[in-house]
Design a protein around this ligand. Structure first.
Ligand code: SAM
Length: 281
């Protein structure tokens, strides 16, 4: 039976109603499912945390290859469905919770998870907060393999000078090696989303891509630069309260032209700039 027919059967059997506000678009394409699981490179030592298992399609697939799967689902009405579809697997645990409220570090410790990878077809309304949480809380993940909106995927892999380049590109590229695995058209889901999707793999770097003296300041300068996209770096950094003399020193010491805009800076240049701002504070 095709994945589409299986999914429809389960939905009809439980009288399940899709919730738009919970970002429920279930994957029904075996080929894409295989690509996601393949990109996760699982073995019998890997553990998986899945965010939003839905009716458990991807959960069952990853459970075939991983040693343990912990799946976090927010929707009450899906819990009885998951109890049935996943009932025969002794390496899957379903947690009924909001992924945004989960302490992933504690979860990994409590469940004794090793070599942890997050694998998910994310609810799109929480893509950025989830990615940001998974990266900045540093729970000790190996990789994150996720389906997201294509436009967000483009921002994550974007390079300086492109219109997609922004704070999200730098956040992701600071902590991970990011690659696009495949594009996914709306027809691969029920119901079909209005937007195209993409699968992204982020492999967590052992050390961040650049060394910075003050991570908070580094990300603040990045955020300010893109929030004030049309402003020159000089005008952006004026907001730090540094005197004209100190600002001149920041730019001359870092070798960066103050007339440039943030959208043209590489991650190394942002690091240099923020370190020089820190030196002069
Ligand atoms: N994994 C399934 C699949 O691929 O077919 C379903 C993916 S669907 C795009 C997103 C899932 O995330 C839904 O099951 C939805 O109920 C769940 N969800 C939405 N918000 C959530 C949250 N904050 N925490 C955990 N799960 C959430």
């Amino acid at each position: 039976m095709s994945l589409a027919s299986k999914t429809k059967d389960i939905i009809n059997h439980f009288g399940f109603k899709f919730s738009k506000s919970l970002g429920q678009n279930f994957l029904i394409d075996q080929n894409i499912l295989d690509k996601i699981v393949g990109a996760a490179e699982l073995n019998n030592e890997s553990c998986v945390i899945e965010i939003g298992p839905g009716i458990g399609t991807m959960t069952q697939e990853v459970a075939k290859f991983a040693s343990k799967v912990v799946a976090i689902e927010l929707d009450d009405t899906l819990i009885p469905v998951l109890n049935e579809t996943l009932g025969n697997y002794n390496n899957i645990k379903v947690i009924h919770n909001d992924a945004l409220k989960v302490n992933f570090k504690r979860l990994i410790e409590e469940e004794n998870l090793t070599e942890v990878k997050v694998v998910a077809n994310l609810p799109y309304y929480v893509t950025t907060p989830i990615i940001s949480k998974l990266l900045t809380e540093k729970p000790g993940l190996r990789a994150i393999i996720i389906m997201i909106q294509r436009e967000v995927a483009d921002r994550m892999v974007a390079k300086p000078g492109s219109k997609e380049y922004g704070a999200l590109s730098l956040l992701v590229q600071y902590y991970t090696k990011v690659e696009k695995i495949t594009r996914v058209p709306p027809a691969c889901f029920i119901p079909q989303p209005k937007v195209e999707s993409a699968v992204i793999k982020m492999t967590i770097l052992e050390e961040p891509a650049v060394k910075v003296n003050d991570e908070k300041l580094f990300f603040k300068i990045i955020r300010d630069s893109f929030n004030m996209r049309r402003k020159t770096l000089w005008n952006v950094l004026k907001q730090t309260g540094l005197s004209q003399e100190k600002l001149e020193k920041v730019f001359s010491d870092s070798g960066i032209d103050p007339k440039r805009r943030g959208e043209t800076l590489t991650i190394e240049e942002f690091a240099k700039l923020s370190d020089r701002v820190r030196d002069n504070m």
